[in-house]
Design a protein around this ligand. Sequence first.
Ligand SMILES: [Fe+2]
Length: 472
Amino acid sequence: MTATFPDDPFLTGWMAPFGAECDAPDLIIDGELPSDLVGTYYRNGPDPLHPPRKGDVYHWFDGDGMIQCFNIADGRVSWRNRWVRSEKFKAERKAGESLFGVFNNPMTGDPSVANVEYNTANTHIIQHHGKLLALMEGALPTEIEHLSLDTLGTIDFDGQIDGPVTAHPKFDNDTGEMIFFGYSVGGPGSKTLRYNVCDKNGKLTKNVSFEAPFSAMVHDFFVTETHAIFPIFPLTTSMERAMTGGPMLAWEPDKGTHFGVIPRDGSAEDVRWFNMEARFMFHMMNAWTDGSKLHADVTGSNATQFAPKLDGNMADVSDGTSPTFRRWTMDLADNTNSISEELLDDMACEFPRIDDRLSTRAYRHGYAVGSGGNGSLNFNTLIHYDTSKPQRKTYDLGDSYMVGEPVFAPRVGGTDEGDGYVIMLAYHQPTDKSELMVFQASAIDDGPIATAKVPVRIPAGFHGSWVAPAAA
Ligand SMILES: [Fe+2]
């Protein structure tokens, strides 16, 4: 009954579905894991259970969420992976085939799931108020049990939220708050944004809706000690366009970039818009308040190839489609409402992360992956930026590897920023297997101090979190 997967770049090589759930109790390790690295690295990513429906084309962003869990203690590593049992997953598992259209396209979906929640839960996995939450930007968070990875169900903040929640919430470590948002909350193509805060106990304390200048895909946002900032890039969405044969998503650089700035304790009337010419980013490194200025460090670009322009053509590399490390600044004391840009580095890079204890505050150390010497977006290089200099260190794994997002893990007992380790999943093409690499965060250019060998290939994924053991 189950069909074979089509020949598709998102379904082959490193991205090919793995299709199994495993428990590996004690991975083989090259090198030596430090005794002061104790905790769990969780990572989320797509692993489609079934091929797309007839007439559909698969997209990497649409696969069923699969959680990877590496527990590290006493110099040893165990690995477990489990799919998220979303309502989508359960319905399709029962049917033995895909029932939802790609990105929940109603034109290709089966009518039997018209009222079933579309939630791939495939983009990020974070912890807040003691709950482990798998996230995707189009639906509610899904709670996952920490050890078994069993799916416990979606959370709706006591029934107060029924729509999309970003996969990139922010955390204020002083207040314990999680700050998040939803976009297209009025349905596909809607320009309504929803700004939310929940307190350290998971209680929703803010629920504010406001309108963006136009409907756009909003994958990430910025939060500082004082403000939340919603970036609207001209990657527009339009149901009307889709219904008349055009693309649902389009790159419209003439619309420019607009940042909606709201005091963290503010309301919809307080939103102030800042502007600059067309820019794009998937991810930010960090953001902070500096007097009257708000800074955001990002992996941003001048254009994107994520969707076609209105004429059907793609932006090309000469338009500046490669993301690079840059800083965007708004000055609340400047009545021009302009956003300034400072280019911090010229190496193509993505998946920026920090020592999360500095989230929403001024920081020094950032980590990302880049293309090293090969100039492509096949990332094989770990990067450490010291923004105080600025300076970058790199470790290039060579052309036989491709790497995913780096995540910082604090050293047990360490309190200084950057005192710890960087953890990264790498894919070794010649053996078709994955490796969990651990770097000393202060010396990533020395290469990994330990590498745990995964006995299989873990498909390319998106985002993850380091979760330290709960304090006794
Ligand atoms: Fe992301």
